[in-house]
Design a protein around this ligand. Structure first.
Ligand code: DGY
Length: 324
C-alpha cells in the first residue's frame, strides 16, 4: 500500500478520498508541521500533500527516497524547490484557477478598504470619537474612474482587471511577457514597471515570488508612486521590502497600503507596520472562502491521487519536464 503524508487537516471530504487508497498520516495540529516531524514522516512516503507553509527543499527530498508526488494546496510554488523535485523525477501539483475569483475579490476588497479608509473609520467609531458628520472627516482616495496598475497579469491578475473595469477604472498592467490577447479582450494597457508605478492610483501586486520579484517594490519603486496612491499585495510578502514600505507610509510618500501577505509571515505583533493607521494587514486570506478552499483541497487530492497512479495530473508544474 502506498504511503501518503498530509501536512494539515483539509476541508471537505478530502481525507476520506485519500484514505480509501493509501496509508495516510495527517498532521493533526493547527500550527504547521515541525520540520523534524516532516523529515521523519517523508522517509517512507510515496506522496506528500503540503501547504504553502511547508518548505520542500533539496535536503528534505534527500530524506524521501520513495517520494513520487508533491501536491501543494496552493497555486504558488515558491516554497517548493521545483528544480530539485524535477531532478529526482518527483511530480509537483498545484491548485491554479479554482482560486482566481476569490483572490481577485480579496484584492478589490483590500483596495476599497485602504483607499476609503474603512479600518480607520471602524477604529474611530469603536473609540467613541464619532460625534458629528464632518465635511473633511477621513477623506479617502477615489476608486471609480481611477487608474489601476496590476503587476503580474496571470490568471488572478486578469480577474482583478475585470473587476477594475467594472469600477470604471483604466487598467494598466506590467508582466514578464506582454499579453496581447488580454489587451485585445479587456482593453488593458501595457506599461514598464516604472511607468505603471508613476501612473497608477492603485497598484496591485499579483505576480509570483521569484528571484526577480524579491523586493521588487523597494524604496526606489515606492518613490516612483504618487503620494495619493495605494499599494495592495495579494501575492507574496517578500515582493515588498517592508522597511521601505514603512518609511513610505510614515512619510506620506504613498497614501496607504493593504497587505494580505507579509515578510515575514506571520508578521510579528510588534512590527511597526501594524502601528500605522494607513496600513491594513490581514492574515493571507486571499483564497479563504469555504467554496474555494474546498475546491483547492479537492484539486490537491486529485493531483496527488492521479500522480500516485501514474496518470496525468490535472495541474502539474513540472510534468512536461519529467516527461510524464
Ligand atoms: C496560493 O494558493 O498560492 C495562495 O497564496 C493561497 O491561497
Amino acid at each position: 500500500m502506498q504511503r501518503i503524508v498530509v501536512t494539515r487537516r483539509l476541508p471537505g471530504d478530502a481525507h476520506e478520498r485519500i484514505r480509501g487508497s493509501a496509508d495516510v498520516r495527517v498532521w493533526p495540529d493547527d500550527r504547521p508541521i515541525p520540520r523534524d516531524v516532516l523529515e521523519q514522516q517523508v522517509a517512507d512516503a510515496d506522496g506528500l500533500l503540503c501547504m504553502l507553509t511547508d518548505r520542500i527543499d533539496a535536503p528534505l527530498l534527500e530524506r524521501a527516497p520513495s517520494l513520487q508526488v508533491v501536491s501543494t494546496m496552493a497555486v504558488g510554488t515558491d516554497n517548493i524547490d521545483v528544480d530539485a523535485c524535477t531532478e529526482r523525477g518527483i511530480r509537483v501539483g498545484n491548485t491554479p484557477d479554482v482560486l482566481n475569483g476569490a483572490t481577485a475579490d480579496m484584492a478589490i476588497a483590500l483596495l476599497l478598504a485602504a483607499a476609503r479608509r474603512i479600518p480607520e473609520g471602524m477604529t474611530y467609531v469603536r473609540e467613541g470619537r464619532w460625534r458629528r458628520w464632518e465635511p473633511e472627516l477621513l477623506l479617502g482616495a477615489e476608486v471609480h474612474g481611477s487608474t489601476l496598475g496590476i503587476v503580474g497579469m496571470g490568471r488572478i491578475g486578469t480577474e482583478i482587471a475585470r473587476r477594475g473595469l467594472g469600477f470604471g477604472m483604466r487598467v494598466l498592467y506590467h508582466n514578464r511577457h506582454r499579453r496581447p490577447e488580454i489587451e485585445a479582450q479587456l482593453g488593458t494597457l501595457y506599461r514598464s514597471l516604472d511607468e505603471l508605478l508613476a501612473e497608477s492610483d492603485h497598484v496591485v501586486l499579483s505576480c509570483p515570488l521569484t528571484e526577480e520579484t524579491y523586493h521588487l517594490i523597494d524604496a526606489q519603486a515606492l518613490d516612483r508612486m504618487q503620494p495619493t496612491a495605494t499599494l495592495i499585495n495579494i501575492a507574496r510578502g517578500p515582493i515588498v521590502d517592508p522597511r521601505a514600505l514603512e518609511h513610505a507610509l510614515r512619510t506620506g510618500q504613498i497614501f496607504a497600503a493593504a497587505l494580505d501577505v507579509t515578510e515575514p509571515e506571520p508578521i510579528p505583533a510588534d512590527d511597526p507596520l501594524l502601528a500605522l493607521p494607513n496600513c491594513l494587514i490581514v492574515p493571507h486570506l486571499g483564497s479563504a472562502t469555504l467554496q474555494t478552499r474546498k475546491a483547492m483541497a479537492d484539486l490537491a487530492v486529485d493531483n496527488l491521487l492521479a500522480g500516485l497512479r501514474g496518470e496525468p495530473m490535472p495541474a502539474c508544474v513540472n510534468c512536461h519536464l519529467i516527461g510524464r
